[in-house]
Design a protein around this ligand. Sequence first.
Ligand SMILES: [Zn+2]
Length: 488
Amino acid sequence: MPVATAVRTKYEAVIGLEVHVQLLTKSKIFCSCSTRFGDPPNSNTCPVCLGLPGALPVLNREAVTMAMKAALALNCTINRQSRFARKNYFYPDLPKGYQISQYDEPLAEEGYLEIEAGGARRRIGITRVHLEEDAGKSLHEGFPDSAEKSYIDLNRSGVPLIEVVSEPDLRTPEEAYDYLTRLKTLMLYLEVSDCNMEEGSLRCDANVSVRPVGANEFGVKTEVKNLNSFKFLQKALAYEIERQVEVIEGGGKIHQETRLWDSREQRTYGMRSKEFAHDYRYFPEPDLLPLVISDEWKEEVRRSLPELPEARRERLQREYGLPEAGARLFTDVKFLGDTFEKVAKISGHPKLAADWVANEVVHLAPKIKVGAASDLVTVSPENLAELVTLIANGTISGKMAKDILAEMFTSGKRASEVIAEKGLAQIADPEAIAKVVREIMAANPKQVEQYRSGKTATLGWFVGQVMKATRGQANPQLVQDVLKKGLG
Ligand SMILES: [Zn+2]
């Protein structure tokens, strides 16, 4: 079944992505209901998001601000005026029978996102960024009578989304993967979404077609839906490209259709055409005024944008001498970058600060790396800086610092408090160490003899004995020095 590589390479794929990003506002886009995920079904609802007759939508200003942030960071032009429209379709989880979205007058247009594929940087065009409301959710599983019935949860109804539509500029599944990764990183960095794919905060559909290499015309495209993980996106695209090449090579035609990715069977399949009507009969939303963005508002949002990841990465490498991978972690997760910079500044030890934030803090709160809320880190930058300083001046060893940090995480105490309470300070007094060394030498004359007769490897054994006797608190370098003197 697979197409031979020689045949496959005669074709190139053309891919565009439509990505839905749920915005992190506290309330919904057209009412004041909470957007909290995981609350009891239908508890966060009101006449507006239930679609009851006569209820009127009121636009959430914060949702517009977040959408503008995203659009500006994607290098888009914000339209002075945009308009909401009704997108009509029937689905049980859409109580109004239409979704409020934007159509021919979107919030923002003509941007780009830079990707890096095969070592080369490339700009992928962003056609538009528009605002819309989410639909509710149909629950087909998990109830005793799920075999016969589906349930509806409207908590998600009216949660604000932006849709980011790319130009058909992507050529391979790998490029699509890189594009989505960078888009996710950017949204997390701007703190406009938690981009949690399991909870549906980031959803991706792909338009795919193939054409002979060198052709200018696009082939007929299919739309692949249900790509709810990065892995699925890549696999579904690879499958769909292969399928299209095979159909064309076999003399067949590609039909414009919507296909779903089936992760169990590892293939896409076409939806029956009636399942998906393309005629949405958009028309302007009569209950909302056109959205007018003043220059002042736009400038205010522009000024509120943080230093963007690419620029910050370069600066971190330059300013603190961080390696690229280290700088990347600090720009992938904004909170870590902010923490690192504060710890580095307060302690004056950037290298140690980078080590401790990138390794030990992440180790204690691993979810941070996937962009989970920053309140997972209960230790303030000031307290982390104190710990780093204590390591740098030799008061505590790195090994002790790990235990102290774990204690700081659970108790919220400062490093110096933990050290005082547990009597953990490193023994850096040569006389105190020499006393322990003398005792151990006296108790182990045979090993002393071995060392003196030339078996210098015994030194390691002595270091171990001293560390054991001091419960790991002796400064290891000092122990070595004192031992060498005593044994020599
Ligand atoms: Zn509501």
